[in-house]
Design a protein around this ligand. Structure first.
Ligand SMILES: Cc1cc2nc3c(=O)[nH]c(=O)nc-3n(C[C@H](O)[C@H](O)[C@H](O)COP(=O)(O)O)c2cc1C
Ligand code: SF4
Ligand code: SF4
Length: 273
Protein backbone atom coordinates (compact mmCIF):
# COMPACT_ATOMS: atom_id res chain seq x y z
CA UNK A 1 0.00 0.00 0.00
CA UNK A 2 1.10 3.54 -0.68
CA UNK A 3 -0.04 6.32 1.64
CA UNK A 4 0.26 9.65 -0.11
CA UNK A 5 -0.52 13.30 0.18
CA UNK A 6 -0.45 15.84 -2.63
CA UNK A 7 -1.66 19.42 -2.81
CA UNK A 8 -1.02 20.39 -6.41
CA UNK A 9 -0.66 16.99 -8.04
CA UNK A 10 3.13 16.49 -8.24
CA UNK A 11 3.26 13.77 -5.63
CA UNK A 12 0.06 12.22 -6.94
CA UNK A 13 1.67 11.86 -10.34
CA UNK A 14 4.80 10.23 -8.93
CA UNK A 15 2.96 7.96 -6.47
CA UNK A 16 0.46 6.95 -9.15
CA UNK A 17 3.20 5.69 -11.44
CA UNK A 18 4.74 3.60 -8.68
CA UNK A 19 1.38 2.15 -7.61
CA UNK A 20 0.54 1.19 -11.15
CA UNK A 21 3.94 -0.36 -11.83
CA UNK A 22 4.20 -2.44 -8.66
CA UNK A 23 0.47 -3.16 -8.39
CA UNK A 24 -0.18 -1.71 -4.97
CA UNK A 25 -3.05 0.28 -3.57
CA UNK A 26 -2.83 4.06 -3.57
CA UNK A 27 -4.35 5.58 -0.45
CA UNK A 28 -4.92 9.35 -0.24
CA UNK A 29 -4.21 10.42 3.33
CA UNK A 30 -6.96 13.13 3.48
CA UNK A 31 -9.57 10.53 2.44
CA UNK A 32 -8.36 8.12 5.12
CA UNK A 33 -8.56 10.90 7.70
CA UNK A 34 -12.09 11.81 6.56
CA UNK A 35 -13.18 8.18 6.98
CA UNK A 36 -11.22 7.67 10.21
CA UNK A 37 -9.34 4.78 8.58
CA UNK A 38 -6.15 4.58 10.57
CA UNK A 39 -5.86 0.80 10.88
CA UNK A 40 -4.47 -1.21 7.96
CA UNK A 41 -3.23 -4.75 7.53
CA UNK A 42 -0.41 -5.72 5.21
CA UNK A 43 -0.61 -8.76 2.99
CA UNK A 44 2.37 -11.08 2.86
CA UNK A 45 5.04 -9.51 0.68
CA UNK A 46 3.31 -6.13 0.56
CA UNK A 47 5.41 -2.99 0.69
CA UNK A 48 4.43 0.15 2.57
CA UNK A 49 5.24 3.47 0.96
CA UNK A 50 4.84 7.05 2.10
CA UNK A 51 4.80 9.75 -0.59
CA UNK A 52 4.49 13.42 0.26
CA UNK A 53 5.65 16.88 -0.81
CA UNK A 54 8.29 18.58 1.30
CA UNK A 55 6.83 21.49 3.24
CA UNK A 56 9.39 23.76 4.89
CA UNK A 57 12.03 21.01 4.72
CA UNK A 58 9.76 18.69 6.71
CA UNK A 59 6.93 16.28 5.91
CA UNK A 60 3.63 18.22 5.78
CA UNK A 61 1.71 18.59 9.00
CA UNK A 62 -1.16 16.43 7.69
CA UNK A 63 1.26 13.56 6.98
CA UNK A 64 2.89 13.77 10.40
CA UNK A 65 -0.48 13.83 12.16
CA UNK A 66 -1.67 10.85 10.11
CA UNK A 67 1.42 8.81 10.97
CA UNK A 68 0.91 9.46 14.67
CA UNK A 69 -2.50 7.77 14.46
CA UNK A 70 -1.65 5.05 11.94
CA UNK A 71 -1.71 1.34 12.86
CA UNK A 72 -0.32 -1.19 10.45
CA UNK A 73 -0.85 -4.84 11.34
CA UNK A 74 1.95 -7.05 10.13
CA UNK A 75 1.27 -9.97 7.83
CA UNK A 76 1.10 -13.41 9.42
CA UNK A 77 4.55 -14.95 9.68
CA UNK A 78 4.90 -17.41 6.82
CA UNK A 79 7.57 -19.93 6.04
CA UNK A 80 9.86 -17.20 4.69
CA UNK A 81 10.79 -14.43 7.12
CA UNK A 82 11.47 -11.93 4.37
CA UNK A 83 8.00 -12.51 2.97
CA UNK A 84 6.42 -11.94 6.36
CA UNK A 85 8.26 -8.72 7.14
CA UNK A 86 7.22 -5.27 6.06
CA UNK A 87 9.37 -3.42 3.57
CA UNK A 88 8.90 0.31 4.06
CA UNK A 89 10.03 3.05 1.68
CA UNK A 90 9.38 6.78 1.35
CA UNK A 91 9.52 9.38 -1.37
CA UNK A 92 9.22 13.13 -1.19
CA UNK A 93 8.77 15.60 -4.02
CA UNK A 94 10.28 19.05 -3.60
CA UNK A 95 10.88 22.15 -5.68
CA UNK A 96 14.52 22.37 -4.72
CA UNK A 97 15.64 20.33 -1.70
CA UNK A 98 14.13 18.47 1.21
CA UNK A 99 16.67 18.89 4.02
CA UNK A 100 16.12 16.32 6.77
CA UNK A 101 12.50 15.59 5.88
CA UNK A 102 13.20 11.85 5.79
CA UNK A 103 14.94 11.89 9.18
CA UNK A 104 11.85 13.60 10.58
CA UNK A 105 9.58 11.07 8.88
CA UNK A 106 11.50 8.18 10.40
CA UNK A 107 11.33 9.80 13.85
CA UNK A 108 7.55 10.04 13.49
CA UNK A 109 7.38 6.38 12.43
CA UNK A 110 9.61 5.30 15.31
CA UNK A 111 7.59 7.15 17.91
CA UNK A 112 4.38 5.29 17.00
CA UNK A 113 4.31 2.05 19.01
CA UNK A 114 1.74 0.58 16.60
CA UNK A 115 4.18 0.62 13.70
CA UNK A 116 6.64 -2.23 13.92
CA UNK A 117 8.97 -3.65 11.32
CA UNK A 118 11.40 -6.54 11.23
CA UNK A 119 11.85 -8.35 14.56
CA UNK A 120 9.42 -5.97 16.27
CA UNK A 121 11.80 -3.05 15.76
CA UNK A 122 10.32 0.40 15.00
CA UNK A 123 9.12 0.68 11.42
CA UNK A 124 11.52 2.78 9.36
CA UNK A 125 11.55 3.92 5.76
CA UNK A 126 14.64 1.93 4.85
CA UNK A 127 14.80 3.21 1.29
CA UNK A 128 14.22 6.87 0.50
CA UNK A 129 13.94 9.04 -2.59
CA UNK A 130 13.54 12.72 -3.41
CA UNK A 131 12.15 13.79 -6.76
CA UNK A 132 12.52 17.41 -7.80
CA UNK A 133 9.28 18.74 -9.24
CA UNK A 134 7.85 22.16 -10.14
CA UNK A 135 7.65 24.66 -7.30
CA UNK A 136 4.29 25.18 -5.60
CA UNK A 137 5.24 27.59 -2.79
CA UNK A 138 4.63 31.23 -3.68
CA UNK A 139 3.92 33.00 -0.38
CA UNK A 140 7.31 34.55 0.37
CA UNK A 141 9.02 37.36 -1.58
CA UNK A 142 11.77 35.11 -2.98
CA UNK A 143 9.47 32.18 -3.85
CA UNK A 144 7.67 31.86 -7.15
CA UNK A 145 6.49 29.29 -9.67
CA UNK A 146 9.02 27.95 -12.18
CA UNK A 147 9.25 29.24 -15.72
CA UNK A 148 7.63 27.08 -18.37
CA UNK A 149 11.07 25.81 -19.45
CA UNK A 150 12.18 24.96 -15.92
CA UNK A 151 8.88 23.23 -15.20
CA UNK A 152 9.20 21.10 -18.33
CA UNK A 153 12.81 20.25 -17.56
CA UNK A 154 11.99 19.15 -14.02
CA UNK A 155 9.19 16.90 -15.23
CA UNK A 156 11.40 15.43 -17.92
CA UNK A 157 14.14 14.60 -15.39
CA UNK A 158 11.60 13.17 -12.96
CA UNK A 159 10.17 11.01 -15.74
CA UNK A 160 13.66 9.62 -16.41
CA UNK A 161 14.13 8.92 -12.69
CA UNK A 162 10.93 6.90 -12.29
CA UNK A 163 11.88 3.51 -13.81
CA UNK A 164 14.87 3.26 -11.47
CA UNK A 165 12.82 4.23 -8.40
CA UNK A 166 10.13 1.72 -9.34
CA UNK A 167 12.71 -1.02 -9.79
CA UNK A 168 14.35 -0.34 -6.39
CA UNK A 169 10.97 -0.49 -4.65
CA UNK A 170 9.78 -3.51 -6.58
CA UNK A 171 12.94 -5.40 -5.67
CA UNK A 172 12.58 -4.34 -2.01
CA UNK A 173 16.09 -2.88 -2.03
CA UNK A 174 17.08 -1.66 1.39
CA UNK A 175 19.43 1.22 2.23
CA UNK A 176 18.90 3.31 -0.90
CA UNK A 177 19.11 7.02 -0.05
CA UNK A 178 18.68 9.08 -3.21
CA UNK A 179 17.94 12.43 -1.64
CA UNK A 180 18.33 16.16 -2.32
CA UNK A 181 19.18 17.41 1.14
CA UNK A 182 20.70 20.78 0.20
CA UNK A 183 23.85 22.33 1.67
CA UNK A 184 22.83 22.77 5.32
CA UNK A 185 19.89 20.40 5.83
CA UNK A 186 19.79 20.53 9.62
CA UNK A 187 19.70 24.32 9.63
CA UNK A 188 16.91 24.35 7.06
CA UNK A 189 14.77 21.58 8.54
CA UNK A 190 15.09 22.29 12.24
CA UNK A 191 15.71 26.04 12.50
CA UNK A 192 14.24 27.71 9.40
CA UNK A 193 11.77 24.87 8.73
CA UNK A 194 10.87 24.73 12.41
CA UNK A 195 9.91 28.40 12.32
CA UNK A 196 8.20 28.03 8.94
CA UNK A 197 6.04 25.11 10.02
CA UNK A 198 5.11 26.78 13.28
CA UNK A 199 4.30 30.26 11.97
CA UNK A 200 3.74 30.10 8.21
CA UNK A 201 1.33 27.17 7.94
CA UNK A 202 -1.80 29.25 8.23
CA UNK A 203 -5.07 30.00 6.47
CA UNK A 204 -5.39 33.44 8.07
CA UNK A 205 -3.98 35.30 5.09
CA UNK A 206 -6.27 33.93 2.38
CA UNK A 207 -8.61 36.40 0.71
CA UNK A 208 -10.94 36.18 -2.26
CA UNK A 209 -11.69 38.89 -4.82
CA UNK A 210 -15.49 38.73 -4.82
CA UNK A 211 -15.80 40.52 -8.16
CA UNK A 212 -13.46 38.02 -9.84
CA UNK A 213 -14.76 34.77 -8.29
CA UNK A 214 -17.09 32.89 -10.64
CA UNK A 215 -18.50 30.75 -7.81
CA UNK A 216 -17.34 27.53 -9.45
CA UNK A 217 -16.68 25.81 -6.12
CA UNK A 218 -13.34 24.33 -7.19
CA UNK A 219 -11.46 25.73 -4.18
CA UNK A 220 -13.66 23.96 -1.65
CA UNK A 221 -13.59 20.72 -3.67
CA UNK A 222 -9.78 20.57 -3.77
CA UNK A 223 -9.17 21.48 -0.13
CA UNK A 224 -7.88 18.27 1.47
CA UNK A 225 -9.05 19.23 4.95
CA UNK A 226 -12.53 20.63 4.20
CA UNK A 227 -11.53 24.06 5.40
CA UNK A 228 -13.42 26.03 2.72
CA UNK A 229 -17.17 26.44 2.54
CA UNK A 230 -19.50 28.13 0.08
CA UNK A 231 -19.10 30.24 -3.03
CA UNK A 232 -17.54 32.73 -2.97
CA UNK A 233 -15.38 30.75 -0.58
CA UNK A 234 -15.02 31.31 3.14
CA UNK A 235 -12.21 29.70 5.10
CA UNK A 236 -13.69 28.21 8.24
CA UNK A 237 -10.31 28.19 10.01
CA UNK A 238 -10.78 24.66 11.30
CA UNK A 239 -7.17 24.47 12.48
CA UNK A 240 -6.29 21.81 9.90
CA UNK A 241 -5.00 23.89 6.97
CA UNK A 242 -1.75 22.28 5.82
CA UNK A 243 -0.80 25.16 3.48
CA UNK A 244 -0.80 22.95 0.42
CA UNK A 245 -1.99 25.98 -1.62
CA UNK A 246 -4.40 23.85 -3.68
CA UNK A 247 -7.14 26.46 -3.15
CA UNK A 248 -4.86 29.21 -4.51
CA UNK A 249 -3.40 27.29 -7.45
CA UNK A 250 -6.54 25.56 -8.74
CA UNK A 251 -8.76 28.67 -8.84
CA UNK A 252 -9.44 29.10 -12.58
CA UNK A 253 -9.52 32.91 -12.33
CA UNK A 254 -6.82 33.62 -9.72
CA UNK A 255 -9.42 35.09 -7.36
CA UNK A 256 -7.70 33.72 -4.25
CA UNK A 257 -4.65 35.35 -2.74
CA UNK A 258 -2.41 34.80 0.25
CA UNK A 259 -1.66 38.28 1.58
CA UNK A 260 -0.45 40.67 -1.10
CA UNK A 261 2.49 38.68 -2.37
CA UNK A 262 0.56 36.20 -4.53
CA UNK A 263 -1.00 39.01 -6.57
CA UNK A 264 2.39 39.14 -8.29
CA UNK A 265 2.61 35.35 -8.60
CA UNK A 266 1.41 32.81 -11.11
CA UNK A 267 -0.41 29.57 -10.47
CA UNK A 268 0.71 25.98 -10.86
CA UNK A 269 -0.66 22.51 -10.61
CA UNK A 270 0.51 19.35 -12.31
CA UNK A 271 -0.79 19.25 -15.86
CA UNK A 272 -2.02 22.87 -15.87
CA UNK A 273 -0.10 23.97 -18.96
C1 LIG B 1 3.88 25.03 2.18
C2 LIG B 1 4.92 24.56 1.20
C3 LIG B 1 6.24 24.44 1.60
C4 LIG B 1 7.22 24.00 0.70
N1 LIG B 1 8.51 23.83 1.15
C5 LIG B 1 9.45 23.35 0.32
C6 LIG B 1 10.77 23.09 0.79
O1 LIG B 1 11.08 23.20 1.96
N2 LIG B 1 11.69 22.68 -0.11
C7 LIG B 1 11.39 22.50 -1.44
O2 LIG B 1 12.28 22.15 -2.21
N3 LIG B 1 10.12 22.69 -1.92
C8 LIG B 1 9.15 23.10 -1.06
N4 LIG B 1 7.86 23.29 -1.50
C9 LIG B 1 7.55 22.89 -2.89
C10 LIG B 1 6.89 21.52 -2.94
O3 LIG B 1 7.54 20.62 -2.09
C11 LIG B 1 6.88 20.93 -4.33
O4 LIG B 1 6.41 21.83 -5.28
C12 LIG B 1 6.07 19.64 -4.34
O5 LIG B 1 6.40 18.87 -5.47
C13 LIG B 1 4.56 19.90 -4.33
O6 LIG B 1 3.91 18.65 -4.33
P1 LIG B 1 2.36 18.47 -4.55
O7 LIG B 1 2.04 19.05 -5.92
O8 LIG B 1 2.17 17.00 -4.51
O9 LIG B 1 1.66 19.19 -3.45
C14 LIG B 1 6.86 23.71 -0.64
C15 LIG B 1 5.54 23.84 -1.04
C16 LIG B 1 4.56 24.27 -0.14
C17 LIG B 1 3.13 24.41 -0.60
S1 SF4 C 1 -12.08 28.42 -7.28
FE1 SF4 C 1 -11.94 30.65 -7.57
S2 SF4 C 1 -13.65 31.15 -8.91
FE2 SF4 C 1 -14.09 29.10 -8.08
S3 SF4 C 1 -15.32 29.48 -6.22
FE3 SF4 C 1 -13.19 29.38 -5.56
S4 SF4 C 1 -12.49 31.52 -5.57
FE4 SF4 C 1 -14.38 31.44 -6.79
S1 SF4 D 1 -7.30 25.99 2.91
FE1 SF4 D 1 -6.14 25.97 0.97
S2 SF4 D 1 -3.99 25.80 1.65
FE2 SF4 D 1 -5.26 25.21 3.40
S3 SF4 D 1 -5.43 22.97 3.25
FE3 SF4 D 1 -7.23 23.86 2.20
S4 SF4 D 1 -6.59 23.98 0.03
FE4 SF4 D 1 -4.72 23.67 1.25
Amino acid sequence: MIFYFSGTGNTKWVAGQIAQAIGEELLYIPDLIRKGQYEHTCHVGERIGFCFPTHGWQPPRIVREFIRRLRVNRPPQGSSDSEGEIFCWALTTCGDNMGEAMTILNKELASNPHLRGAGGQPLQAETQFAVIMPESYVCLPFMKTDSEEKEAMKIELATLQMPHIIQMIDERRSGIMELEKGATPRLYSYVIGGYFNKRMITDKKFTVDMDVCTKCGKCSRVCPVDNIKGTPPAWIHNGRCTSCLACYHYCPVHAINFGKITRKREQYYFGRR
